[in-house]
Write a protein that binds this ligand. Structure first.
Ligand code: OAD
Length: 235
């Protein structure tokens, strides 16, 4: 893969890129996410049924961000962002803030962010206070109806227009640390292929979509991503 071949890159990241920072992935061997079934904490129905549980769950995830730091894979993508002269968009499914703490700028959070809150009364997005369980007031309308600004199952991911435009124009698509189990992200590789892009998977093991990629490199993101970025930036 020679840098001179490419102008426009889209990188998709998932929970696997943050695993070496100590953030648990979603689909562990026990099928549970931090001890919960996904449908008990990550759906609008769960929030209506048991808002106290859901708010406490995300408050705990937000608090855990203070105990983790970006790893070598986040740092490598930030280096790519700073040095790549062509177009780049990093699309993360992750709700942690490790890409931006590493220094990435050309990126979007398609599943929302732990550090953001959304007011159910007026729609205002705002920096999330440490806890939402205690019902803080919205900075705009003062209603006490803030929810985590996270895309739950059944809701529409964010930034889809920008992502689809970037996919249609990219000539290199790289997927890092995602199981390929959740759409629409799992379908981005096919969108990129349709646009004529070369496609590369970097993941610990085979994902559900490995067969869609031109090339797959299996191992730890903290080792493989810096190697890939270094090769791409070397001219
Ligand atoms: P998953 O937990 O489904 O998959 C993580 C992938 O990362 C797996 O394929 C692991 O093998 C791989 N992995 C683990 N450690 C790794 C490492 N050190 N280096 C490289 N790869 C590693 O997480 P996602 O695919 O991100 O959505 O899950 C997608 C979405 O499902 C999430 O954004 C979330 C979840 O439900 C919402 O909350 C809306």
């Amino acid at each position: 893969m020679r840098a001179a071949e490419f102008q426009s890159i889209v990188v998709l990241t998932g929970a696997g890129i943050s695993a070496e920072s100590g953030v648990p992935t979603f689909r562990g061997p026990d099928g549970l996410w931090e001890g919960h079934r996904v449908e008990d904490v990550a759906t609008p129905q769960a929030f209506r049924r048991d808002p106290v549980l859901v708010q406490a769950f995300y408050d705990a995830r937000r608090a855990a961000l203070a105990r983790v730091a970006p790893n070598a894979a986040h740092a490598a993508l930030a280096r790519l962002d700073a040095q790549w002269p062509g177009d780049l968009l990093v699309v993360t499914q992750n709700v942690d803030d490790l890409h931006e703490r590493a220094g990435a700028r050309r990126m979007v959070h398609m599943h929302g962010e732990l550090k953001s809150a959304l007011c159910l009364a007026c729609g205002e997005r705002q920096t999330a206070p440490d806890t939402l369980s205690d019902g803080p007031a919205c900075i705009r309308c003062e209603a006490r109806r803030l929810r985590p600004d996270i895309v739950w199952f059944g809701e529409m991911p964010y930034h889809m227009d920008r992502i689809e435009t970037a996919l249609a124009a990219c000539d290199l698509f790289v997927s890092i640390g995602t199981s390929g189990a959740v759409y629409p992200a799992a379908g981005f590789v096919q969108g990129a292929r349709h646009a004529g892009a070369r496609t590369l998977e970097i993941n610990l093991d085979r994902s559900e979509g490995t067969h869609f990629f031109d090339e797959a490199r299996h191992g730890r993101a903290g080792e493989l991503v810096p190697l890939w970025v270094d090769a791409l930036l070397k001219r």
